[in-house]
Design a protein around this ligand. Sequence first.
Ligand code: SF4
Ligand code: SF4
Length: 348
Amino acid sequence: MYNVGVISHSPYCALDTGSWLKLICGASFHHLPSIRNLALVYSLAGVDCIDFAAEPAVLHTVQAGVDQAQILAQRWSMSFRRPWLMASLNAGEDPHFRKAYFDPTQCPSDCPQPCERVCPALAINHTGVLQDRCYGCGRCEPVCPLGLVEFVSKTYAIPELVQFLLKADIDAIEVHTQPTSTEPFCGLFEDLRPLLPRLKLFSVSVSDGEGLENFVQQVGQVIQNSSLSEQAKQHLVWQTDGRPMSGDLGATSTSRQSVALASKFYALQPKGHLQLAGGTNHKTAALIDTAAFPIAGVAFGSYARKLVQEEVDGALIEDNMQCLSLALNKAQALVAPYKPHLEIRCHG
Ligand code: SF4
Ligand code: SF4
């Protein structure tokens, strides 16, 4: 059904050549049918890595999606390389690790439900917030005239988390944090010590803020002095989270904030690679072309998910070939500017 170019680049090579792409399933996104189909579609489209909530059910679901992608690729004689799997954690408070909720019995019966209209994840209905779909973007909070929306942050029990990660078949870890959270980061990094030697990649996702320079210096030093492999140290990823969870708004400005933050990082010259996130969308590739410093790649989250939301939000996507074909074409259009050698042509 499909022809595809040869996938020859390793993920390390993608980082070294500026063609690295990651799908962000969402650190707080737990809608398993969508996650499975997202993993399937974007694996076939050729992403290098998939990141997801560090929980057993989510990991197994991502693996199931990638397994099915591999089966389809073999059936269609497509070249295929399994993306690296990256578990997302947080050090300190972080908006990626929260969920909204409200009590629907408190809502006036004549409320026009602006919260439902602004939610990009179809996570709100008459019963309140559907917890598995909410990924914490925060857009429902300011539009509620009664201030009913609140957030609950996710906190991991570290010993259980480390036990799970030690047994899990993952390639990489990402820690979301803030420039003011050097201490929580270092504490978590110490807890992760037993895992570090076997990781292929480590990523630090950070937003802009006061103290960025000190944070980058101290955290960079801790990582470079750790037991991570030399390759992982060399390919350390700094994810510049310009405007968290905003890429689906579609505006160029959301990508600009990520590029602007990457520029600040570049001035600090940390060891490793700069990778954009937080506001990335279909306008990001053009902005990268104009950047006066090297960018190793891009992570797509809310934009990538929204792009194929209709197709992935249900049963096994491969049971409806028209649906799969549509989703794959959209995903490939997002991937193509970074990986032109992966041109997919649909014959059926
Ligand atoms: S708008 Fe964002 S925070 Fe609110 S329910 Fe939807 S996904 Fe969750
Ligand atoms: S906007 Fe506020 S009051 Fe209206 S439905 Fe949403 S949560 Fe309820």
